[in-house]
Design a protein around this ligand. Sequence first.
Ligand SMILES: [Zn+2]
Length: 213
Amino acid sequence: MTTKESQLKPALAIYDETILAGDGWMHEIKQGQTLRIEDVEGNQAVDTLFYNAQDYEDRYSAVDTIREQGNIYLTTGTKLISTKRNTLLTIVADTCGRHDTLGGACSTESNTVRYSLEKHYMHACRDTFTRYGALWPEPFSKKDITNNINFFMNVPVTPEGKLTFEDGISAPGLYVELLAELDTVCLISNCPQLNNPCNAYNPTPVRVLIWNP
Ligand SMILES: [Zn+2]
């Protein structure tokens, strides 16, 4: 696993916000801008969807991204490919070293199946996606929620091809940076999960920064 630091200075960012533990965020990243997501306290899972801002049906595709780079993990150099084969963003810096795009986002239904019936009432990423998506000027709905990336989340694949959810490999202050190749809408659920170790059973805030070219 290799990491790459950024030369960008937070003081020069045009945007700098905190997404509270379990909350969401939706924002357009203009072509040429750089988005940084920082895991402020470590071991947080940041469930993220990307859409072409000119065509919302053209959205991040995990299978196309995995096939084009020939690797299941995302890190520096990964091009995030859309369903219409556009490159939405490129990961240009990454001090964590590896991000998941196989594990999906938690939902009240999956919490019920994986953990127990009474977990149905716990808040989940799909709720955050639909809540923030509904507030967007051209509202998003459930059908717009497809493949997501889990930044900072550790879902190693065993030699037998099994998926496992493990304690995070991230640490306080680690970040990933993405250069927008097209105008791209980013929808984040800062995962509220309390039932698996993806965020060490302790959801924490993340920071988002944007720089102009
Ligand atoms: Zn989640």
